[in-house]
Each structure stands twice: as C-alpha cells, then as structure tokens.
Design a protein around this ligand. Structure first.
Ligand SMILES: Cc1ncc(COP(=O)(O)O)c(C=O)c1O
Length: 381
C-alpha cells in the first residue's frame, strides 16, 4: 500500500469551483508547541505566535465545562439560546441580531458565502487579516486591496475603493488590525460607515461594512457597538479566542441587523458551536474581573516589550492589541533561529512584510525569554 507521502499532488487533476481558489495559500497557523517539541526534542517551548491568552481562561469556564461533561451524548443547542441571551445582555442587542460561529473565522466565511458572489468585489486593506482575501477568492469574487497608511487602514482610500467599484459588496476592516496592531478611532470608523450608508441610499447599493473586533477587549475605547443602532449595513465580528482564552474551543459571533443575521443563519451549519464551547463562552462573559486582569497585564507587558525593542534599536508599530509587530531584518531567518531556541513567533513574509515578525504579548517570564533569546539571535542572524 502506498503511504500518503508517496501520493503526488496533481493540481490539474480536479478543478476547483472558481479559478481564484488555485491562488489561495492554505492559512498559515502558528506552529503548535507539540509539533516543535516533536521535531526538535525541545521541552521548554514558549508560543507567542497566535495571539492566544497567556493566562488561559477564567476559572469559571473550567468549572462550567466540567459540569457539562456528562451531557456530551446530546447534540448542542443548535440555536445557542443561552449563549445568545448572554451576548445580548452584554452587548445590549436583540437575540435576532446575533449569529454564532465556530470561531470568528467561521463568521467571516459565512459573511462571504451569504453575501458575496463571483460578480462582486470585496474591499480590504493591505496588511489586513489574511482571511479576508481568502474568503473573497473562495467566492471567485474580485479582491480590492487598498494600500495601507502607516501600516493601518486608510479609510479615505477605502471609501474611494467603494466608490470606484460599483460591484463592491463587502468592506472588511480589522480593528485593531492583525498583524499590525493599528487602531482606528471611533470617530473615523463612524464617519466611514456613515459615508458608505449615504452611498448605499443615494445609489441604491447594498455595501456591508464588517468590523472585525477580535481584539476589542484590549482596546475597549474603540468598541463600535453604537454603530449598529445607526446603520443597518454594519456587522461586528467578535471572538472568544483571544482575551477570553478559548481558542481551542472555537466560538465567535456576529452582531448585525436582524435581516443580515437571518440571512446568515440560513447557511450556518446547525450545530456549528459545540456544547462545551457554548457553556464556556457563557461563563467567560460572566467574569469581567478576569478580562480586566488580562488587559492590565497585557498593557504593562506590551509597554515593557516595546521598551526592550527601543533598547535593542528595533522598530515596532505601536499596538492596541495583544501582540506587537517588530522589524528584525530577515524575519524568516529570525523566526527560524528563535524556533530552534524554543520560542515560536510569527514570520510575516506572507503578508508582504519580510523584515518583520509578530510576537504575542506573553507573561513576564515569556517576554523575558523572548527578549533574551532575540538578543542572542540578532547577534548571529
Ligand atoms: C483579526 C482577526 N479576526 C479573526 C480571527 C479569527 O479568530 P477565531 O477564528 O479564532 O475566532 C483572528 C485570529 O487570529 C484575527 O486576528
């Protein structure tokens, strides 16, 4: 029998639904700790590559999951009633405005599958979260990548993108942005949403503005929840994978107008959020003190990391999230050298940023290890 490693992939054997799928690079995940341990025999590995919460999750979550373990023979609540209820209380929205996802990537995928056809265009920024262009290509639609301004979104240019592309259907905005950490002010986002709304009304268009707030717990001042009361075409996307520390359980959500949510729920897999994820997400929303602790540690440690970059003479982009993008020279070589010392960071070649790496803000011990190792590595690379 042939082992799978002997099977030659033949890209011409079967054609995907849209030719643009051939251009998609599979999503580059942060290297898992176990994989590095297996490959290099290292025992003491620090992962600062996927913007996970180094403090884990609230103890209330652990308790809630444990109490639920006896019920796993049953399907999850396909409507996620109690989770939606908790999100609704937290965000002051109606249940009909909430769509649950298997992580927020599931929501981004759902937005594209529901609203974007191959005749449409999707607007996103250079250096914005890579999944926006992936879901655009998935639908065979035209991606319009707008040049970034100081590594962040240039909303004026993005508005021009909407104006100049009559078939624009969705605008994706990550705020704060991954991987650059840049933040747009509430006023700037509101002005953008308002101008797109005016365009929709005057030109009978239906452009949706998606605000991806995966890191919003780290910069609550830019929470754009209020826009939902003003504009029907705004969708907020959030996740439990970052500050809430539930990346392994896969749960995220969108809040939008009821009409947008109703449409997305037609395509949503009925049991896309599993039982443990639902109870964990509910419990995590009931522990504000845990989030406050995480935010405070993140701010202190991010400041410390940036100060160490100054000491090392390394440029960085000021960040509003739980990671920092640092200019290290040959990003891939530095990534590899750090990996060999048991420190996993994220190279950014795929984002067109070959001189940079992105590091997640860890605990004080993690960050000291990173800076010590980086100091050594920079002498040799
Ligand atoms: C901006 C942004 N959006 C969405 C996601 C997806 O996260 P998840 O699918 O774990 O909710 C990420 C993860 O890195 C992200 O950085």
């Amino acid at each position: 029998m042939q082992s799978s490693t002997h099977i030659q992939a033949n890209p011409n054997a079967i054609q995907p639904a849209y030719p643009s799928i051939l251009d998609i690079q599979a999503y580059q995940i942060g290297k898992p700790i176990d994989e590095l341990t297996r490959e290099l025999g290292l025992t003491d590995v620090v992962k600062l590559a996927s913007n996970e919460n180094p403090l884990g999750c609230s103890p209330k979550v652990t308790l809630a999951i444990t109490q639920e373990l006896g019920g796993l023979a049953r399907y999850p609540d396909g409507n996620g009633y109690y989770l939606k209820q908790t999100i609704s209380d937290k965000t002051q929205t109606d249940l009909e405005q909430i769509t649950l996802g298997n992580g927020s990537n599931d929501i981004l995928d759902l937005i594209a599958r529901t609203f974007v056809s191959s005749d449409d265009a999707v607007i996103y920024s250079q250096y914005a979260f890579v999944v926006y262009q992936m879901v655009t290509k998935m639908q065979g639609a035209t991606g319009v990548e707008v040049p970034a301004k100081r590594y962040g979104h240039d909303l004026e240019a993005m508005l021009d993108g909407v104006k100049n592309n009559a078939n624009a259907k969705v605008v994706f905005i990550a705020n704060p942005n991954n991987p650059t950490g840049t933040l747009l002010t509430h006023d700037d986002v509101r002005a953008f949403a308002s101008q797109v709304d005016a365009l929709n009304k005057s030109e009978h268009r239906q452009v949706l503005v998606v605000l991806d707030e995966a890191y919003i717990e780290y910069s609550p001042e830019s929470n754009n929840r209020a826009l939902l009361d003003e504009f029907d075409n705004v969708i907020l996307v959030r996740t439990f994978s970052k500050a809430y520390g539930l990346a392994g359980l896969r749960v995220g959500y969108a809040i939008s107008s009821p009409a947008v949510s109703e449409m997305m729920n037609r395509l949503r897999q009925p049991f896309n959020v599993n039982t443990l994820a639902q109870v964990a997400a509910i419990a995590s929303l009931q522990d504000d003190a845990f989030i406050d602790t995480c935010r405070t540690m993140n701010e202190q440690q991010r400041r410390w990391l940036c100060k160490q970059c100054d000491v090392l003479g390394l440029a960085f982009v000021p960040s509003s999230a739980n990671f920092v993008m640092i200019e290290v020279g040959d990003g891939q070589a530095v990534y590899q050298a750090l990996l060999e010392q048991g420190v996993i960071v994220r190279p950014l070649v795929g984002y067109g940023l070959p001189n940079w790496v992105r590091v997640t803000v860890g605990t004080p011990e993690d960050n000291t290890r990173l800076i010590d190792t980086l100091t050594d590595v920079l002498e040799t690379v």
